[in-house]
Design a protein around this ligand. Structure first.
Ligand code: FES
Length: 572
């Protein structure tokens, strides 16, 4: 057990004379009596509550539950805000600011008298940003996710965020009226919480649970369910225990824990954004992990969870069927069972008794929902450092496909021409979008699942091969090749593709090739000039100068690794 004198916060509140006076007196103005500051673990509650982040708008209440747990266990909670990222409102894309938030989190934790920290995470980027920042400090840390919202309803049917893409194509193809679309909009978001499908927010909640960073059941309890508050309360008590036992992120986030997370992500049909965020987290904690690992460790893991966008059900259904514990239980023989989690128990001890109550929602390894799962990493002359595709969300008939490129130089070019009746495109064409990568857009927006040309939608075409250096929403689907690296703006070969180039996608063989000779590539590159907008000041300039490519996780190069929790200068 850690001795109270070794508490980090004692370096503030345990001091004598003027220094201690200043640290204590200004906290007392909040009504905190002396004894609360004597030898108790101080627990920071890192809150991404914001009315501009609707998925996290219930986090003040959640923080109160955490506080009750902290106090019950003998700690003292202090809540603090960090920048929040509301996926639906923030422009140009929340991904542009993930690394900025991680800096806010890292510096807020290190600079303050905090012995342990609870990360309140919800909407997509708030999870990786908070975990990345905490990794760069490495004090005892536990994640409490906000939970998914209740399943949406429209005309007697269940709906979730993945349906937005279908509705949009239906309106463009004349199969749905704008009035019906407005009705669906009214039924989509029925409660507190994040997107109700296995989009990026749910994927991230599953990621933290499978890494061992949260208590069991964190991933799937719906936001409005009382069990969510109970989990927050228990997490508040657990973090005090973690401080006393000095259990830190480096004890939990081992190479084996990352391999477990990749396998679980395959079994649930998690978002392609998982790739970027897991690589970035590994980079902060100092675990060697590369893009190829995403393919290697998800191979042979079938899709067990039948959840949209790869399947039919919603996060609420996953919880009622047993939650992530039932999925992890089904996978136990394929996981590193002895990985330690936040409660000090192993993955095996936490999940060995979990069961599936509904085999339609959580199936088994022997009888999976789909044998196709995971993230496939593609290589070839279009993507020398790799690209990714999620086969479970793609069309089986396009897994091996050759077609002529229809190339858009950037998103504006795409918007201008995609519905032009004169566009030279058919269902066998391959749509190529450049300059939507980390530097090029900047911020790597979720535009990779490009809408199809209106004239093909009208013919009933529902999927085509699409390739870009951007991302796709975790709620999206289609035969979509993403994260092409190096990106066009960084001079990757994607930049020199032209209309009419013959492109072959072969998912089975992990290949993405253009029938363009090395000599022709060299010739085209000699004439190539970057055309992306380059910022001349502020954070965006810093981002464009330092962001790494997608195959490395798109972190800023100078943020990799950790600076620890020590504060080397002291002005008092
Ligand atoms: Fe926040 Fe989907 S918009 S999780």
């Amino acid at each position: 057990m850690k001795h109270e004198n070794s508490l980090r916060s004692a370096n503030w509140f345990g001091r004598e004379g003027k220094d201690g006076f200043i640290y204590r007196a200004w906290l007392k103005k909040q009504g905190i009596p002396q004894h609360e500051l004597e030898g108790k673990p101080v627990i920071g509650i890192c809150n991404t509550w914001s009315e501009l982040t609707p998925c996290n708008s219930h986090f003040r209440e959640l923080a109160e539950s955490v506080k009750r747990g902290v106090i019950e266990a003998g700690g003292y909670p202090l809540e603090f805000p960090v920048m929040s990222l509301g996926e639906t409102l923030i422009k140009p894309t929340a991904m542009l600011y993930r690394n900025l938030v991680s800096m806010d989190v890292e510096e807020s934790i290190r600079a303050n008298p905090i012995d342990g920290v609870v990360l309140l995470c919800g909407c997509d980027k708030t999870t990786p940003a908070l975990v990345m920042g905490a990794c760069s400090v490495n004090i005892p840390t536990i994640v409490v996710s906000g939970g998914a919202m209740l399943t949406g309803r429209h005309r007697g049917n269940s709906i979730g965020t993945s349906d937005i893409w279908r509705f949009s194509e239906d309106v463009r193809a004349g199969r749905m009226t704008n009035e019906e679309l407005a009705m669906a909009e009214a039924g989509m978001c029925r409660s507190d919480g994040h997107c109700a499908v296995m989009g990026t927010a749910s994927t991230m909640a599953c990621m933290v649970e499978s890494l061992g960073l949260s208590l069991p059941q964190n991933a799937a309890i719906p936001a409005p369910d009382a069990a969510r508050k109970i989990l927050a309360h228990l997490s508040g008590s657990e973090i005090v225990k973690m401080v006393r036992e000095n259990r830190r992120l480096t004890d939990i986030l081992t190479r084996e824990a990352f391999e477990n997370a990749i396998r679980v992500n395959a079994a649930i049909g998690g978002s392609t954004n998982f790739v970027l965020h897991l690589l970035a987290i590994a980079g902060r904690i100092g675990v060697e992990l590369d893009l190829q690992d995403m393919d290697t460790f998800s191979a042979n893991i079938p899709l067990i969870a039948n959840l949209q966008p790869s399947g039919s059900y919603f996060m609420e259904d996953l919880y009622y069927a047993g939650g992530l514990p039932a999925v992890i239980n089904a996978l136990l023989d394929h996981l590193h069972k002895d990985c330690i989690t936040v409660n000090g128990k192993t993955i095996e001890a936490n999940y060995t008794n979990a069961v599936s109550y509904n085999k339609d929602v959580i199936s088994s390894m022997d009888n999976p929902f789909n044998t196709v799962s995971g993230i496939v990493v593609l290589k070839g002359n279009i993507c020398e450092q790799g690209a990714v595709i999620k086969p479970s969300a793609a069309s089986s008939h396009l897994m091996k496909h050759t077609g002529k490129a229809v190339v858009f130089e950037d998103i504006d070019d795409y918007k201008k021409r995609i519905d032009d009746p004169a566009l030279d495109v058919d269902e066998n064409s391959v749509l190529v979008l450049k300059n939507v990568g980390p530097k090029g857009y900047p911020g790597m927006p979720e535009v990779g699942n490009l809408g199809l040309p209106a004239k093909l939608l009208a013919k009933g075409i529902t999927d085509m091969v699409r390739i870009s250096d951007g991302r796709m929403s975790g709620t999206g689907f289609g035969t979509v090749v993403l994260h092409v690296s190096p990106e066009a703006a960084a001079g990757g070969n994607l930049a020199i593709l032209r209309d009419g180039d013959i492109i072959t996608l072969d998912v089975q063989q992990r290949r993405l090739e253009a029938a363009v000779s090395p000599e022709e590539i060299t010739r085209r590159k000699a004439a190539w000039q970057p055309v992306y907008p380059q910022s001349t000041r502020g954070y965006v300039q810093l981002y464009q100068q330092h962001v790494e490519q997608a195959h490395l996780g798109a972190d800023l190069d100078f943020l990799k690794g950790s600076s620890g929790s020590e504060v080397t200068r002291d002005s008092h």
